[in-house]
Each structure stands twice: as C-alpha cells, then as structure tokens.
Design a protein around this ligand. Structure first.
Ligand code: GTP
Length: 601
C-alpha cells in the first residue's frame, strides 16, 4: 500500500482489560481467517499465555481494511506484552507505531499499567485514542470510566469509543477511528534504510525471523544489511508481512511493518531496539532509545535427577532461541550437581520459564530462591573492590565484605481507598518509603514507594492481592542502588550446609526468614530412618532450628496382613514420590521443599 494508506498502531492496557480479545475481534473482522477457523486469542500463541491469559511476547499482524472513504487500508497491529516485567518490549513495540488504542475496562477503570503504558505512549508522541471496553458487562460503569479518562489520564473522554471486544459492539466505529484519527507513517522511501527491530522469534524451519518497522528506505531480498549495535552484516534471504502466517513479499518500504530472514543463527544475536540499515548505503544515525535488556532477577535451575542434565541443557538452549531476554550460564552445586544460573526480567518471567520447562519440555526442575544483583564492596588491601553478586555461592564469606548496595524500585500501586491502610503496612514491612500519594478520585488512590527490589521477590504480589481482594494493581521501575546490610543465610540439614538453599538477605529479615524456611522444610521433608535437624545459620551462628523425627514404621507395616494389591499400590506410590526426590548428602529432599522455601503461607 502507499504510505498514506498505512496505519501502524498498538493496543495498550492494564492486564486483563481485554487487549488480546480486541485484537482477535479486529483480526476476525478483517477476514484474515475464516470465521469457522477462528480460534480465540490468535495473537497469544503460546500455551502458557493462553492458560494464564497474559501476553508475553509481542506479535504483529497486518489487517486489510476497506474504509468508509472507499480506500483500501493496511492496518498493522503491533501487540504489546501485558506485564510489568516486559516494559522494554512494550516500549519498542510502541515505538514502531503512530497511534495507540488505550483500553480501559469499564468495570475496573484506570489501573497502574494503564497509566504507565499511557506515559510510554506519550513519550513516543503517539496519538492516543481512549477506548472503553467490556460495555456489555452488567458491572460496566461507563460514566466512571469517562471521569477517570478525563481526570487521571488527562485525555478527552468525549472522544472515547465504547466497545465490547467480546460481542464486537462498537468495533466498526473503532476501525474508522483507526483510519481517521491515527496519522499515516512519515518516512522517505528513497532514503537509506532505517528499520527498528521491535521483536524476533525463532522458527524451526526458517531460523531467526526479525520483526521490523521501517522508518526510511526499502528492504529487499538479496540486500546486505547491518545491525548497527554491533556492526554485524547479513544477506537478506526473504522479507514479508505478518498475516497470521508469514507471507513473503517483494519488498518492505518506509512505513511498513514486516519481517526479514537473513541467516541469523540465534535470537540473542538480534537486539530488540537495535536499528537495521543497509551495508552499502548506511544511514547516519541509529534510531534513538536503544538499550540492552538486563536481567534483574537470578535463580539457578537444576534437574531433579542429575542424569537429566544434558536434556535440561538442550531444553534451555531451545527456550533461549525464542527468548533473547533469558540469560544463563553453567552453575554447579555440591548439593544438586550441575545446573544453570539464569537471569530473568522479573519474577513473572521466571515463572513463565519454569512452566515452559516443565510443560513444553517435560523437565522436572528445581529453582533456587530468586535473588537480585548486589554490589558488594570487598576489602582488597587498603581499598575496596566492587563486585556484582547475584548468587549466594559467590558471596565472600571470609569477613572481607565491607558493605553492599542493593537495587531499589519505584513502585506504583493503585488501590481502592478501603485498602490503603493495609497496603501501607505491607509496604512499610517491605522497607518501603512512601514518596507520593494521590487521590485519583473519591474512591481510588495511587501510592508511590521507594522499595528494595529484593522485598518484592519474596511474597509481595500474593500479599498485595490478598489484602486488597485482588483490586490493587502494581507497576514498578528499577531506579537506583542504595546501601544495604546484607548477610548470607545458610540452611543446614543434618549439620551440613545445603548450598542450593542459601540466600542473601537483609540482616533484620534474617531471623524471620530462617524460621520460616526451617518450618517449611520440616513440613516438606518426609521422615526418614534417622532424625534430621534443620538449622538456619549466619556463619557459625545458628538462628533457627527444627527437627524431622525419625520414621517409626515401615510403610508396609500399616497394611500387615492386608491384601497384596494394596501393598503394591503403596509401594508404587512410594516409588512415584521417589522420582521427585533429590538426595542431598544423606537426606532425601522432595522437589516441593525447594518451592516451599520461596513463599510464606
Ligand atoms: P493480557 O494479555 O494479559 O494483557 O490481557 P488482555 O488485556 O489481553 O486481556 P484478555 O483479552 O485476555 O481479556 C481478559 C478477560 O476479559 C478475558 O476473560 C476476556 O474474555 C474478557 N473480556 C475481554 N473483553 C471483554 C468484553 O468486551 N466483554 C466481556 N464481557 N469480557 C471481555
């Protein structure tokens, strides 16, 4: 299409406000698929995404649309991930558009990520069209949503569209608004190529598929391109557009959204946010705003059965092909053998990887307690040397640590006023310092806290959700490093420290954490032939203690004289349980013990 008939837009919304459902409706109306083939939520194509109902990777799709003015338009919908961990990907996706539909759930109103996503869109000078969704619902309160759009977002609510993504009501008007209210892309076809990488994925048959938005120039098969971040060059094999499947085209031009394939081997060679240009006739400056994605949460992954190490390795390599933000290196533990130290964008990212390993790749794995990355100052002669530590195993234990800094976040929580007191108590307990409190309207407040990231890793979301009965919403940005008082908490089983259970914790939390871990382990570890003391210790000082008593009877003793099939069943059950057991020294630890220490009750 000619550039004036192209519209590039995204849908931004708080989680669950209906982004994927609306995207599906747009695709369906665009007749990209036969209605009878239509499968709900086509854009969210990973199982876990479907089950949890969250969008993780951004996707794009080109929807043809004949507008009321009689012209044929090409609408490029760039989907954005819906969770706080993936802000950077959201911002790249937003950057490849001229317009954003800002969805507000009519039953929920404006939430934390509605605000943060709107700010992102404003930063990138997008035209924003507010859309009130779920108007078919009994609990929809359109007036409330309008008021919040005016007051909290500072947008004109009289311009808001009323839509039900579920029933399709209002979607025709929405198509017209996309064409009329979003500007066409600006760009010069005859200028040197400048294309933004907003995503990429690995296709087992074609290799790495790079998703791009062209700002200037053209991109064709046979052309030599250059990634501006590191200067590597490749020959373009194919280019095309997204029509649910990849559809090859002659070329891509300024203003277009599409993909290219160029013999790149792994997705980690491709950096989201980087600029692609022509090797022969490069553009002068890369597109602004590129930054490297840095993991902020770390954990080690071990196979439950050490014999499965190679299999786990292959699985992680495969995962990495599709998820450039996952970083890993080899790790080893005296207790658990060989494994991997992995970096994640946040806790949700970690959970997604865990689930994918278990479900897609059928791996039984153990994740160790997640940690942030600390700056640790170690005495080195007269000076202090700064080292980065994200693994308790790397924490210098010989008293050489002078001090340590930990990462802080700016946390924004939007909640109905009823829960403010409890949420403040929670944030204080989590070492949060309140920096702002704004009444959005009579019923809702935004609380802003400076808080250590480490406190959010442990039991924050769950408690926030439970004390606000699910109503509070949460968003965060990493801000700075600040002084902390760090200790390494060791857990001893039968007198021996289990390295995989060690954690770096804030000194004042150590006692409570140690007690909690010991109690949870005591519940999880099955009785064995001997008594097992469980201890929490800082250095040689024991600060918590529990005991698992010795087994008194054999499992079969109970059914002495009972029928044989029952005995067999019991034995089989026991064997089943064994599969998920890990021998740590002379103690059998169930996989669940490792999970249990990650959460309080
Ligand atoms: P993330 O991908 O996690 O960001 O969520 P999302 O914003 O894509 O939300 P999704 O489309 O998955 O919708 C969340 C829930 O709301 C689903 O159960 C939808 O079926 C439902 N839903 C979405 N739009 C409507 C609507 O217009 N009416 C009603 N009644 N339900 C809707």
């Amino acid at each position: 299409a000619e550039i004036q008939y192209i519209r590039n837009f995204c849908i931004i919304a708080h989680i669950d406000h209906g982004k994927s459902t609306l995207a599906d409706r747009l695709i369906q109306k665009g007749h990209l698929v036969e209605d009878r083939d239509f499968q709900d939520q086509i854009l969210d194509n990973m199982d876990i995404e479907r089950e949890r109902g969250i969008t993780i990777k951004s996707q794009a799709v080109t929807i043809p649309y004949t507008a009321a003015d009689g012209h044929e338009y090409e609408l490029n919908l760039v989907d954005t991930p819906g969770h706080v961990d993936f802000t950077y990907e959201v911002s790249r996706a937003i950057n490849s558009c001229e317009g954003a539909l800002l969805l507000v759930d009519a039953t929920q109103g404006v939430q934390a990520q509605t605000l943060s996503n709107m700010y992102l869109a404003l930063e990138h000078n997008l035209e924003i069209v507010p859309v009130i969704n779920k108007i078919d619902m009994q609990a929809a309160d359109i007036n409330m949503a309008r008021k919040q759009i005016d007051k909290d977002l500072g947008l004109d609510s009289s311009e808001a569209l009323l839509v039900s993504a579920r029933t399709g009501q209002g979607v025709d008007e929405l198509f017209e608004a996309i064409v009329k209210r979003f500007p066409p892309p600006a760009g010069k076809v005859d200028a040197p190529l400048r294309a933004l990488i907003f995503d990429c994925h690995y296709d087992p048959y074609r290799g790495v598929v790079v998703h791009v938005r062209l700002f200037d120039g053209t991109l064709k098969k046979g052309m030599k391109i250059r990634f501006m971040y590191n200067g590597t060059e490749y020959d373009v094999e194919t280019v095309g557009v997204f029509k649910l499947a990849l559809v090859e085209t002659e070329e891509l031009k300024a203003g277009d959204v599409g993909y290219f394939i160029a013999g790149v081997r792994t997705v980690s060679d491709v950096r989201v946010g980087d600029t692609v240009t022509g090797a022969e006739n490069p553009c002068e400056k890369a597109l602004p705003g590129f930054r490297e994605i840095k993991p902020v949460v770390f954990s080690s992954i071990y196979p439950v059965d050490s014999n499965d190490y190679e299999e786990l390795k292959t699985s992680i390599e495969k995962l990495k092909l599709n998820d450039a933000s996952l970083v890993y290196e080899k790790d080893s533990s005296a207790a658990l053998g060989f494994g991997f130290r992995c970096g994640f964008l946040g806790l949700l990212h970690l959970e997604v990887i865990q689930e994918r390993l278990e479900r897609e790749f059928d791996q039984s794995v153990i994740f160790t307690a997640p940690s942030v990355k600390y700056k640790v100052y170690v005495r080195n002669g007269p000076t202090a040397e700064e080292i980065m530590v994200d693994n308790p195993a790397d924490y210098p234990g010989d008293g050489r640590v002078e001090s340590a800094d930990e990462p802080y976040i700016r946390a924004s929580i939007i909640t109905p006023t009823t829960f403010v007191g409890n949420i403040m108590t929670l944030c204080n307990e989590k070492r949060g310092v309140q920096t702002n409190m704004t009444y959005l309207d009579e019923k809702r407040v935004e609380l802003v806290y400076n808080m250590p990231l480490a406190e959010v890793l442990f039991d924050f979301y769950d408690r926030l959700k439970s004390i606000s009965r699910g109503y509070a919403s949460f968003d965060y940005d990493i801000t700075e490093y600040k002084k902390t008082d760090l200790v390494k908490l060791d857990i001893l089983l039968n007198g021996k420290a289990v390295d995989a259970l060690s954690q770096l914790v804030f000194r004042d939390n150590a006692q409570a954490r140690a007690r909690m871990v010991c109690e949870r382990l005591q519940e999880e570890i099955p009785r064995q032939q001997f008594k097992i003391p469980i201890q929490g210790a800082i250095g040689s000082q024991v600060i918590a203690r529990e005991t698992v008593n010795a087994l008194r009877k054999d499992v079969l003793a109970k059914c002495y004289g009972g029928d044989i099939s029952r005995k067999r069943k019991l034995l089989e059950k026991q064997k089943e349980g064994k599969k998920r057991m890990k021998m740590v020294g002379d103690v059998e630890l169930p996989q669940s013990a490792f999970l249990a220490v990650l959460k309080s009750k």
